[in-house]
Design a protein around this ligand. Sequence first.
Ligand code: FAD
Ligand code: UDP
Length: 370
Amino acid sequence: MTTDFLIVGAGYAGSVCARVLADAGKTVHLIDKRPHIGGNAYDERDAHGVLIHPYGPHIFHTNAKKVIEFLSRFTTWRFYEHRVLAQVGEQLLPIPINRTTINQLYGLSLSEDEVQGYLETVREPRDPLQTSEDVVLNSVGRDLCDKFFRGYTRKQWGLDLSQLSAGVAARIPTRSNDDDRYFADTYQFMPADGYTAMFERMLDHPGITVRTGVDFKDVRGDFPGSHILYTGPIDAYFDHCYGPLPYRSLRFDHQHLPDTEHYQPVGTVNYPNDHDYTRITEFKHLTGEQHPGTSIVREFPQAEGDPYYPVPRPENEALFKRYAALAEAAQGVTFVGRLAQYRYYNMDQIVAAALKTAQDLLDGSPAAAA
Ligand code: FAD
Ligand code: UDP
Protein backbone atom coordinates (compact mmCIF):
# COMPACT_ATOMS: atom_id res chain seq x y z
CA MET A 1 0.00 0.00 0.00
CA THR A 2 1.21 3.52 -0.70
CA THR A 3 1.03 6.09 2.05
CA ASP A 4 3.54 8.58 3.42
CA PHE A 5 3.05 7.40 6.99
CA LEU A 6 1.86 4.22 8.64
CA ILE A 7 0.87 5.09 12.21
CA VAL A 8 0.46 2.28 14.74
CA GLY A 9 -1.97 3.14 17.53
CA ALA A 10 -4.97 5.50 17.40
CA GLY A 11 -4.55 6.96 20.91
CA TYR A 12 -3.38 10.54 21.53
CA ALA A 13 0.13 9.91 20.22
CA GLY A 14 -0.97 8.36 16.93
CA SER A 15 -4.04 10.54 16.32
CA VAL A 16 -2.35 13.88 17.03
CA CYS A 17 0.56 12.96 14.74
CA ALA A 18 -1.89 11.79 12.06
CA ARG A 19 -3.74 15.10 12.09
CA VAL A 20 -0.64 17.31 12.05
CA LEU A 21 0.92 15.30 9.21
CA ALA A 22 -2.32 15.27 7.21
CA ASP A 23 -2.78 19.02 7.72
CA ALA A 24 0.66 19.39 6.11
CA GLY A 25 -0.48 17.45 3.05
CA LYS A 26 0.88 14.00 3.95
CA THR A 27 -1.10 10.80 3.51
CA VAL A 28 -1.54 8.77 6.67
CA HIS A 29 -2.71 5.22 7.30
CA LEU A 30 -3.64 4.83 10.97
CA ILE A 31 -4.20 1.38 12.47
CA ASP A 32 -5.15 0.15 15.92
CA LYS A 33 -5.55 -3.42 17.05
CA ARG A 34 -8.47 -2.45 19.25
CA PRO A 35 -11.91 -2.11 17.65
CA HIS A 36 -11.97 1.66 18.26
CA ILE A 37 -9.94 4.88 18.17
CA GLY A 38 -8.88 6.97 21.19
CA GLY A 39 -6.55 4.47 22.89
CA ASN A 40 -7.00 4.42 26.64
CA ALA A 41 -8.91 7.70 26.55
CA TYR A 42 -11.74 6.10 24.53
CA ASP A 43 -15.21 6.67 26.03
CA GLU A 44 -18.59 5.21 25.16
CA ARG A 45 -22.13 4.88 26.50
CA ASP A 46 -22.72 1.78 28.60
CA ALA A 47 -25.82 -0.40 28.24
CA HIS A 48 -27.74 2.10 30.39
CA GLY A 49 -26.78 5.16 28.35
CA VAL A 50 -24.24 6.63 30.76
CA LEU A 51 -20.99 7.93 29.23
CA ILE A 52 -18.17 5.88 30.77
CA HIS A 53 -14.41 5.43 30.31
CA PRO A 54 -13.90 1.69 29.71
CA TYR A 55 -10.14 1.96 30.43
CA GLY A 56 -10.46 3.91 33.65
CA PRO A 57 -11.17 7.54 34.51
CA HIS A 58 -9.56 10.16 32.29
CA ILE A 59 -9.55 13.75 33.51
CA PHE A 60 -7.97 16.36 31.28
CA HIS A 61 -5.67 18.96 32.83
CA THR A 62 -2.75 20.94 31.48
CA ASN A 63 -0.66 24.06 31.82
CA ALA A 64 0.30 23.95 28.15
CA LYS A 65 -1.57 26.54 26.10
CA LYS A 66 -0.51 24.99 22.80
CA VAL A 67 -1.99 21.64 23.87
CA ILE A 68 -5.39 23.05 24.80
CA GLU A 69 -5.38 25.19 21.65
CA PHE A 70 -4.69 22.18 19.44
CA LEU A 71 -7.39 20.03 21.05
CA SER A 72 -9.87 22.93 21.01
CA ARG A 73 -9.97 22.61 17.23
CA PHE A 74 -11.87 19.35 17.78
CA THR A 75 -13.96 19.90 20.89
CA THR A 76 -15.62 22.39 23.15
CA TRP A 77 -15.07 21.92 26.86
CA ARG A 78 -16.90 21.48 30.13
CA PHE A 79 -15.20 23.09 33.14
CA TYR A 80 -14.43 20.36 35.65
CA GLU A 81 -12.07 20.27 38.62
CA HIS A 82 -11.49 16.76 39.91
CA ARG A 83 -11.76 16.07 43.62
CA VAL A 84 -10.68 12.90 45.38
CA LEU A 85 -11.36 11.61 48.89
CA ALA A 86 -9.43 8.80 50.56
CA GLN A 87 -11.09 6.35 52.91
CA VAL A 88 -8.93 6.11 56.03
CA GLY A 89 -10.57 4.18 58.83
CA GLU A 90 -14.16 5.47 58.99
CA GLN A 91 -13.29 8.84 57.49
CA LEU A 92 -13.35 10.18 53.94
CA LEU A 93 -10.50 12.69 53.76
CA PRO A 94 -9.18 14.96 50.98
CA ILE A 95 -6.20 13.71 48.99
CA PRO A 96 -3.80 15.45 48.17
CA ILE A 97 -3.28 15.92 51.88
CA ASN A 98 -4.32 19.46 52.85
CA ARG A 99 -5.33 21.39 55.98
CA THR A 100 -8.73 19.68 56.14
CA THR A 101 -7.12 16.24 55.90
CA ILE A 102 -4.84 16.87 58.85
CA ASN A 103 -7.44 18.59 61.01
CA GLN A 104 -10.10 15.94 60.44
CA LEU A 105 -7.74 12.98 60.75
CA TYR A 106 -6.24 14.10 64.05
CA GLY A 107 -9.19 16.08 65.45
CA LEU A 108 -7.28 19.38 65.29
CA SER A 109 -8.18 22.89 64.19
CA LEU A 110 -4.84 24.14 62.89
CA SER A 111 -4.50 27.28 60.79
CA GLU A 112 -2.59 27.19 57.52
CA ASP A 113 0.62 28.33 59.23
CA GLU A 114 0.14 25.80 62.00
CA VAL A 115 -0.30 23.00 59.45
CA GLN A 116 3.02 23.99 57.91
CA GLY A 117 4.57 23.91 61.40
CA TYR A 118 2.97 20.53 62.09
CA LEU A 119 4.34 19.05 58.87
CA GLU A 120 7.80 20.38 59.83
CA THR A 121 7.63 18.39 63.06
CA VAL A 122 6.50 15.12 61.48
CA ARG A 123 8.38 15.09 58.17
CA GLU A 124 11.54 13.02 57.84
CA PRO A 125 13.90 15.12 55.71
CA ARG A 126 15.56 13.13 52.93
CA ASP A 127 18.22 14.32 50.52
CA PRO A 128 18.43 13.31 47.76
CA LEU A 129 14.84 12.30 46.96
CA GLN A 130 15.47 9.08 45.05
CA THR A 131 12.50 6.87 45.78
CA SER A 132 8.81 7.52 46.22
CA GLU A 133 9.24 6.69 49.90
CA ASP A 134 11.81 9.50 50.16
CA VAL A 135 9.31 11.91 48.60
CA VAL A 136 6.44 11.04 50.92
CA LEU A 137 8.44 10.79 54.16
CA ASN A 138 10.21 14.03 53.30
CA SER A 139 6.94 15.90 52.92
CA VAL A 140 4.48 14.34 55.41
CA GLY A 141 6.33 11.83 57.62
CA ARG A 142 5.61 8.24 58.51
CA ASP A 143 2.06 8.20 59.87
CA LEU A 144 0.51 10.01 56.91
CA CYS A 145 2.71 7.97 54.57
CA ASP A 146 1.41 4.71 56.03
CA LYS A 147 -2.22 5.85 56.08
CA PHE A 148 -2.43 7.36 52.57
CA PHE A 149 0.44 6.10 50.43
CA ARG A 150 2.02 2.80 51.41
CA GLY A 151 -0.99 0.54 51.00
CA TYR A 152 -2.29 2.24 47.87
CA THR A 153 1.15 2.03 46.24
CA ARG A 154 1.59 -1.62 47.20
CA LYS A 155 -1.76 -2.39 45.56
CA GLN A 156 -1.25 -0.22 42.49
CA TRP A 157 2.27 -1.36 41.64
CA GLY A 158 2.82 -4.59 43.58
CA LEU A 159 5.88 -2.80 44.99
CA ASP A 160 6.82 -0.87 48.10
CA LEU A 161 7.15 2.92 47.86
CA SER A 162 10.90 2.44 48.37
CA GLN A 163 11.10 0.39 45.15
CA LEU A 164 9.61 3.09 42.91
CA SER A 165 11.31 6.17 41.49
CA ALA A 166 10.56 9.50 43.15
CA GLY A 167 8.43 10.73 40.25
CA VAL A 168 5.54 8.38 41.02
CA ALA A 169 4.61 9.79 44.44
CA ALA A 170 5.79 13.26 43.40
CA ARG A 171 2.66 13.43 41.22
CA ILE A 172 0.72 14.07 44.44
CA PRO A 173 1.45 17.42 46.14
CA THR A 174 1.07 18.26 49.83
CA ARG A 175 -0.86 21.40 50.78
CA SER A 176 -1.25 23.35 53.98
CA ASN A 177 -4.26 25.29 52.68
CA ASP A 178 -7.83 24.12 51.95
CA ASP A 179 -7.37 23.57 48.20
CA ASP A 180 -8.93 20.15 47.66
CA ARG A 181 -8.55 19.90 43.88
CA TYR A 182 -6.65 16.85 42.66
CA PHE A 183 -4.88 18.92 40.00
CA ALA A 184 -3.70 22.52 40.16
CA ASP A 185 -3.26 23.08 36.40
CA THR A 186 -4.38 26.25 34.64
CA TYR A 187 -6.70 24.40 32.28
CA GLN A 188 -8.99 21.73 33.75
CA PHE A 189 -11.74 20.64 31.40
CA MET A 190 -13.54 17.61 30.04
CA PRO A 191 -14.33 17.43 26.31
CA ALA A 192 -17.98 18.47 26.13
CA ASP A 193 -19.10 15.54 23.94
CA GLY A 194 -16.55 13.10 25.29
CA TYR A 195 -13.10 11.95 24.20
CA THR A 196 -14.19 9.66 21.37
CA ALA A 197 -16.12 12.46 19.64
CA MET A 198 -13.01 14.64 19.91
CA PHE A 199 -10.86 11.91 18.32
CA GLU A 200 -13.44 11.36 15.55
CA ARG A 201 -13.19 15.02 14.58
CA MET A 202 -9.41 14.98 14.81
CA LEU A 203 -9.20 12.05 12.41
CA ASP A 204 -11.86 13.35 10.03
CA HIS A 205 -9.48 14.47 7.28
CA PRO A 206 -9.22 13.36 3.64
CA GLY A 207 -5.52 12.55 4.14
CA ILE A 208 -6.20 10.08 6.97
CA THR A 209 -7.36 6.48 6.54
CA VAL A 210 -8.31 4.77 9.80
CA ARG A 211 -8.49 1.00 10.22
CA THR A 212 -9.32 -0.49 13.62
CA GLY A 213 -9.03 -4.15 14.55
CA VAL A 214 -5.70 -4.33 12.71
CA ASP A 215 -2.53 -5.51 14.46
CA PHE A 216 0.78 -4.11 13.26
CA LYS A 217 2.32 -7.56 13.25
CA ASP A 218 -0.15 -8.67 10.57
CA VAL A 219 0.50 -5.75 8.20
CA ARG A 220 4.14 -4.98 8.99
CA GLY A 221 5.39 -5.78 5.50
CA ASP A 222 2.50 -4.19 3.59
CA PHE A 223 3.80 -0.62 3.55
CA PRO A 224 7.21 -0.55 1.89
CA GLY A 225 8.53 2.97 1.62
CA SER A 226 6.16 4.41 4.26
CA HIS A 227 7.63 5.97 7.38
CA ILE A 228 6.33 4.13 10.46
CA LEU A 229 5.20 6.00 13.55
CA TYR A 230 4.88 3.46 16.33
CA THR A 231 2.99 4.21 19.58
CA GLY A 232 2.66 0.71 21.08
CA PRO A 233 5.00 -0.89 23.65
CA ILE A 234 8.58 -0.42 22.48
CA ASP A 235 9.71 -3.88 23.61
CA ALA A 236 7.00 -5.52 21.46
CA TYR A 237 8.26 -3.67 18.37
CA PHE A 238 11.66 -5.31 18.88
CA ASP A 239 10.14 -8.74 19.63
CA HIS A 240 11.17 -8.42 23.30
CA CYS A 241 14.74 -9.17 22.26
CA TYR A 242 16.16 -7.95 25.59
CA GLY A 243 13.29 -9.46 27.59
CA PRO A 244 9.91 -7.89 28.44
CA LEU A 245 9.73 -4.38 29.84
CA PRO A 246 7.45 -4.41 32.88
CA TYR A 247 4.12 -2.62 32.40
CA ARG A 248 1.47 -2.58 35.13
CA SER A 249 -2.01 -3.67 34.13
CA LEU A 250 -5.48 -3.17 35.57
CA ARG A 251 -8.81 -4.96 35.58
CA PHE A 252 -11.77 -2.59 35.39
CA ASP A 253 -14.94 -3.68 37.13
CA HIS A 254 -17.77 -1.51 35.75
CA GLN A 255 -21.13 -1.36 37.48
CA HIS A 256 -24.39 0.49 36.88
CA LEU A 257 -26.57 1.36 39.86
CA PRO A 258 -30.18 2.04 38.80
CA ASP A 259 -32.25 4.71 40.54
CA THR A 260 -29.20 6.21 42.19
CA GLU A 261 -28.54 9.91 41.75
CA HIS A 262 -25.01 9.64 43.11
CA TYR A 263 -23.00 6.77 44.59
CA GLN A 264 -20.30 8.91 46.24
CA PRO A 265 -19.75 12.61 47.01
CA VAL A 266 -16.87 13.22 44.56
CA GLY A 267 -15.55 11.87 41.25
CA THR A 268 -13.11 9.42 42.82
CA VAL A 269 -12.75 7.77 46.23
CA ASN A 270 -9.36 6.14 46.92
CA TYR A 271 -9.02 3.09 49.15
CA PRO A 272 -5.41 3.11 50.33
CA ASN A 273 -5.90 0.43 52.99
CA ASP A 274 -9.06 -1.57 52.34
CA HIS A 275 -10.18 -3.81 49.46
CA ASP A 276 -8.24 -5.19 46.48
CA TYR A 277 -9.16 -2.22 44.33
CA THR A 278 -7.40 1.13 44.53
CA ARG A 279 -10.24 3.48 43.73
CA ILE A 280 -13.86 3.89 42.66
CA THR A 281 -14.78 6.54 40.11
CA GLU A 282 -18.30 7.73 39.40
CA PHE A 283 -18.51 9.06 35.86
CA LYS A 284 -21.46 11.41 36.26
CA HIS A 285 -19.29 13.69 38.41
CA LEU A 286 -16.75 13.94 35.56
CA THR A 287 -19.19 14.43 32.72
CA GLY A 288 -21.95 16.35 34.49
CA GLU A 289 -24.54 14.11 32.85
CA GLN A 290 -28.08 13.79 34.19
CA HIS A 291 -29.37 10.23 34.49
CA PRO A 292 -31.68 8.48 36.97
CA GLY A 293 -28.97 5.86 37.60
CA THR A 294 -25.21 6.10 37.92
CA SER A 295 -22.20 4.15 36.62
CA ILE A 296 -19.01 3.48 38.56
CA VAL A 297 -15.74 1.64 37.99
CA ARG A 298 -13.43 -0.13 40.41
CA GLU A 299 -9.77 -0.53 39.42
CA PHE A 300 -8.01 -3.77 40.35
CA PRO A 301 -4.27 -3.58 39.59
CA GLN A 302 -2.62 -6.71 38.20
CA ALA A 303 0.69 -7.85 36.69
CA GLU A 304 -0.73 -9.54 33.59
CA GLY A 305 -2.98 -8.05 30.93
CA ASP A 306 -2.98 -5.02 28.63
CA PRO A 307 -0.06 -2.68 29.39
CA TYR A 308 -1.33 0.50 31.06
CA TYR A 309 1.51 1.94 33.13
CA PRO A 310 5.28 1.89 32.64
CA VAL A 311 6.80 0.99 36.02
CA PRO A 312 9.21 3.80 36.93
CA ARG A 313 12.25 2.32 38.67
CA PRO A 314 15.95 2.39 37.81
CA GLU A 315 16.33 -1.18 36.49
CA ASN A 316 13.34 -0.72 34.14
CA GLU A 317 14.72 2.60 32.95
CA ALA A 318 18.03 0.83 32.19
CA LEU A 319 16.24 -1.85 30.16
CA PHE A 320 14.22 0.80 28.34
CA LYS A 321 17.46 2.61 27.43
CA ARG A 322 18.64 -0.54 25.63
CA TYR A 323 15.44 -0.57 23.56
CA ALA A 324 15.72 3.20 23.02
CA ALA A 325 19.21 2.64 21.56
CA LEU A 326 17.70 0.18 19.06
CA ALA A 327 14.97 2.73 18.30
CA GLU A 328 17.53 5.42 17.57
CA ALA A 329 19.46 3.16 15.21
CA ALA A 330 16.35 1.91 13.38
CA GLN A 331 15.68 3.44 9.98
CA GLY A 332 12.25 4.59 8.81
CA VAL A 333 10.51 4.36 12.17
CA THR A 334 9.78 6.87 14.92
CA PHE A 335 8.57 6.08 18.45
CA VAL A 336 6.21 8.28 20.43
CA GLY A 337 3.69 7.72 23.23
CA ARG A 338 3.39 6.50 26.78
CA LEU A 339 4.18 2.87 25.94
CA ALA A 340 6.73 3.60 23.21
CA GLN A 341 8.66 6.12 25.31
CA TYR A 342 8.11 4.15 28.54
CA ARG A 343 7.16 7.35 30.36
CA TYR A 344 4.43 7.88 32.97
CA TYR A 345 2.90 10.64 30.84
CA ASN A 346 -0.52 12.24 31.23
CA MET A 347 -2.68 12.92 28.18
CA ASP A 348 -1.46 16.49 27.74
CA GLN A 349 2.18 15.43 27.87
CA ILE A 350 1.50 12.92 25.10
CA VAL A 351 -0.20 15.58 23.00
CA ALA A 352 2.83 17.86 23.46
CA ALA A 353 5.23 15.02 22.60
CA ALA A 354 3.19 14.10 19.51
CA LEU A 355 2.99 17.71 18.29
CA LYS A 356 6.77 17.94 18.54
CA THR A 357 7.39 14.56 16.91
CA ALA A 358 5.12 15.34 13.96
CA GLN A 359 6.74 18.74 13.47
CA ASP A 360 10.23 17.17 13.64
CA LEU A 361 9.18 14.67 10.96
CA LEU A 362 7.89 17.47 8.76
CA ASP A 363 11.09 19.42 9.33
CA GLY A 364 13.08 16.34 8.31
CA SER A 365 14.63 15.51 11.67
CA PRO A 366 12.84 12.36 12.86
CA ALA A 367 12.73 12.14 16.65
CA ALA A 368 13.27 8.73 18.21
CA ALA A 369 12.34 7.55 21.70
CA ALA A 370 14.70 9.12 24.19
P1 FAD B 1 -2.54 4.66 24.27
O1 FAD B 1 -3.74 5.45 24.60
O2 FAD B 1 -2.20 3.45 25.08
O3 FAD B 1 -2.64 4.25 22.73
C1 FAD B 1 -1.79 3.30 22.14
C2 FAD B 1 -2.61 2.52 21.15
O4 FAD B 1 -1.74 1.65 20.40
C3 FAD B 1 -3.64 1.61 21.80
O5 FAD B 1 -4.94 1.95 21.37
C4 FAD B 1 -3.24 0.21 21.36
O6 FAD B 1 -4.35 -0.62 21.09
C5 FAD B 1 -2.45 0.49 20.10
N1 FAD B 1 -1.49 -0.57 19.78
C6 FAD B 1 -0.52 -1.08 20.58
N2 FAD B 1 0.13 -2.06 19.93
C7 FAD B 1 -0.43 -2.17 18.71
C8 FAD B 1 -0.20 -3.03 17.60
N3 FAD B 1 0.76 -3.99 17.61
N4 FAD B 1 -0.97 -2.90 16.49
C9 FAD B 1 -1.95 -1.95 16.45
N5 FAD B 1 -2.22 -1.12 17.49
C10 FAD B 1 -1.46 -1.23 18.61
N6 FAD B 1 -3.98 10.94 31.72
C11 FAD B 1 -4.47 12.15 32.08
O7 FAD B 1 -4.02 13.19 31.57
N7 FAD B 1 -5.51 12.24 32.99
C12 FAD B 1 -6.07 11.15 33.56
O8 FAD B 1 -7.00 11.26 34.37
C13 FAD B 1 -5.56 9.86 33.20
N8 FAD B 1 -6.09 8.76 33.76
C14 FAD B 1 -5.59 7.54 33.39
C15 FAD B 1 -6.16 6.41 33.98
C16 FAD B 1 -5.70 5.16 33.63
C17 FAD B 1 -6.32 3.94 34.28
C18 FAD B 1 -4.64 5.02 32.69
C19 FAD B 1 -4.12 3.66 32.31
C20 FAD B 1 -4.07 6.14 32.11
C21 FAD B 1 -4.54 7.42 32.45
N9 FAD B 1 -4.01 8.57 31.88
C22 FAD B 1 -4.49 9.81 32.26
C23 FAD B 1 -2.90 8.51 30.90
C24 FAD B 1 -3.42 8.47 29.46
O9 FAD B 1 -4.20 7.32 29.27
C25 FAD B 1 -2.23 8.45 28.51
O10 FAD B 1 -1.36 9.53 28.74
C26 FAD B 1 -2.63 8.49 27.05
O11 FAD B 1 -3.81 7.80 26.77
C27 FAD B 1 -1.48 7.88 26.25
O12 FAD B 1 -1.75 7.95 24.87
P2 FAD B 1 -0.89 7.05 23.89
O13 FAD B 1 -1.37 7.34 22.52
O14 FAD B 1 0.55 7.21 24.17
O15 FAD B 1 -1.20 5.53 24.31
N1 UDP C 1 -0.89 7.49 45.54
C1 UDP C 1 -1.10 6.97 46.80
N2 UDP C 1 -2.29 7.22 47.43
C2 UDP C 1 -3.27 7.95 46.87
C3 UDP C 1 -3.05 8.48 45.57
C4 UDP C 1 -1.86 8.22 44.93
O1 UDP C 1 -0.24 6.26 47.32
O2 UDP C 1 -4.33 8.13 47.47
C5 UDP C 1 0.42 7.22 44.88
C6 UDP C 1 0.40 5.85 44.18
O3 UDP C 1 1.69 5.31 44.17
C7 UDP C 1 -0.04 6.24 42.78
C8 UDP C 1 0.74 7.54 42.59
O4 UDP C 1 0.68 8.18 43.88
O5 UDP C 1 0.28 5.25 41.83
C9 UDP C 1 0.21 8.46 41.51
O6 UDP C 1 -1.17 8.70 41.74
P1 UDP C 1 -2.12 9.18 40.56
O7 UDP C 1 -3.46 9.43 41.14
O8 UDP C 1 -1.47 10.27 39.83
O9 UDP C 1 -2.17 7.86 39.66
P2 UDP C 1 -2.92 7.57 38.26
O10 UDP C 1 -4.14 8.45 38.21
O11 UDP C 1 -1.91 7.86 37.20
O12 UDP C 1 -3.24 6.12 38.36
